[in-house]
Write a protein that binds this ligand. Structure first.
Ligand code: NAD
Ligand code: DAU
Length: 356
């Protein structure tokens, strides 16, 4: 059972949910949260943590190998959970360079920090240490409508610059296990949703635009399919894998809730109609607008989570409907959070220009 955990990217969406989850799930754990606070990271996401004295926030870049080495030693880290990344596909189309720098080179720097401290210089014991890499199902490419879901055995075929950068980082992590004996784990997960998700991704964008009376952009005809997992269910899968996963192995994690994009947007509109009806009496669905498709848009992602279910006993708790209800309610209760982070002129301009 790890006690001193270094979380990278813990001020972002999934990372901050994981910090919250872990502080409750394990009263013995101390978390060092290392994050460079890009546009996607915010200390707002870490307000009102349960048991905050067991959480230490350190601002910094994963590319700063020396700083990471210092933290590993200072806090006697026995598990590193690596969330930090550029995570948004549209942004990787706009400018792939940051994705290469953080997702590939940054991961390499982290691996080098760990190799020096635990393997080369033996400054801390390698025994019991874990490097847990958080990855995505997008590394497997896209599925056709009737293809079986991705498994841990599916060959890599990433399509977007984001997916290619994550695939590359997965390969590096695996290579450090194979070559240097670094005790690693990788989890590849489907689309997450829930509290604290930056409103550029489909679900929080739809909710925040709807509440502001703005159009709800659906790419192409909205027929692409995604599998959705409520974020705390992803956190429990990571924690299970970190405690009991087999070193060197990969676990695919999904929600068994595959739907087409248009249906997700329509469902969100129905929930909003119920929880916060519009003054005009019209449905939020009136705001749905079909826009230009994403270049190279992957048709379908779906995950077969049999391995993590059967080997580690993991099970998602939320259904798609219960998770969406909780999510909409959270955004309704946290309108100020959206206002505080929802003002990025340059990127919004690019989206408008490219998606019409
Ligand atoms: P996010 O964009 O919300 O957060 C990323 C965090 O990383 C931010 O806090 C940011 O400040 C930090 N960060 C970025 N570059 C950094 C750097 N160079 N050094 C230190 N910190 C840096 O991302 P998310 O959606 O929470 O995703 C977290 C991880 O989970 C990513 O690795 C992503 O690939 C993976 N993942 C995401 C999803 C999803 O649906 N969101 C699904 C599967 C896997
Ligand atoms: O599958 C896991 C991946 O899921 C993660 O690795 C990524 O970090 C995460 O961003 C997510 O990628 P997607 O591209 O699937 O997520 P996004 O929310 O951007 O889009 C979901 C689907 O909705 C996708 O088919 C594109 C579509 N879409 C998206 C936006 C932002 C729209 O139709 N309209 C929109 O405005």
């Amino acid at each position: 059972m790890p006690k001193n955990i270094l979380v990278t990217g813990g001020a972002g969406f999934i990372g901050s949910n994981f910090v919250r989850y872990l502080l409750v799930a394990n009263p013995d754990v101390r978390i060092v949260n290392y994050d460079s606070l890009t546009y996607a990271g915010s200390l707002e996401n870490l307000k009102d943590l349960p048991d905050p004295e067991r959480h230490i926030f350190v601002e910094g870049d994963i590319n700063d190998q020396g700083k990471v080495e210092g933290l590993l030693q200072e806090y006697k880290i026995d598990a590193l959970v690596h969330f930090a990344a550029e995570s948004h596909v549209d942004r990787s189309i706009l400018g792939p360079e940051a994705f290469i720098q953080t997702n590939i080179i940054g991961t390499f720097r982290l691996l080098e920090a760990v190799r020096r401290v635990y393997i080369e210089e033996k400054l801390l014991p390698l025994e019991g240490f874990r490097f847990h890499h958080i990855s995505t199902d997008e590394v497997f490419g896209e599925l056709g409508t009737d293809d079986p879901p991705f498994t841990e055995e599916t060959p890599y075929a990433p399509n977007s610059p984001y997916a290619a950068s994550k695939a590359s980082s997965d390969h590096l992590v695996r290579a450090y296990h194979h070559t240097y004996g670094l005790p690693i784990l990788i989890t590849n997960c489907t689309n997450n949703y829930g509290p604290y998700q930056y409103p550029e991704k489909l679900i929080p964008l739809t909710i925040s635009n709807a509440l502001a009376g703005k159009r709800l952009p659906v790419y192409g005809q909205g027929k692409q399919m995604r599998d959705w997992l409520y974020v705390s269910d992803h956190c429990s899968a990571i924690w299970e894998a970190l405690q009991r996963g087999k070193v060197g192995e990969t676990y695919a994690v999904g929600g068994d809730t595959q739907v087409v994009n248009l249906e997700i947007v329509e469902t969100l509109c129905e929930i909003l109609d119920e929880l916060k009806p519009r003054a005009s009496g019209e449905s939020y669905a009136e705001l749905i607008t079909f826009v230009k498709d994403r270049p190279g848009h992957d048709w379908r992602y779906d995950i077969d989570s049999s391995k993590i279910k059967s080997k580690l006993g993991w099970q998602a708790k939320e259904t798609l409907h219960s998770g969406l209800m909780k999510t909409v309610q959270w955004y309704l209760d946290n309108a100020q959070w959206i206002e505080a982070i929802n003002s990025e002129g340059e990127y919004k301009g690019w989206i408008k220009e490219n998606y019409g």
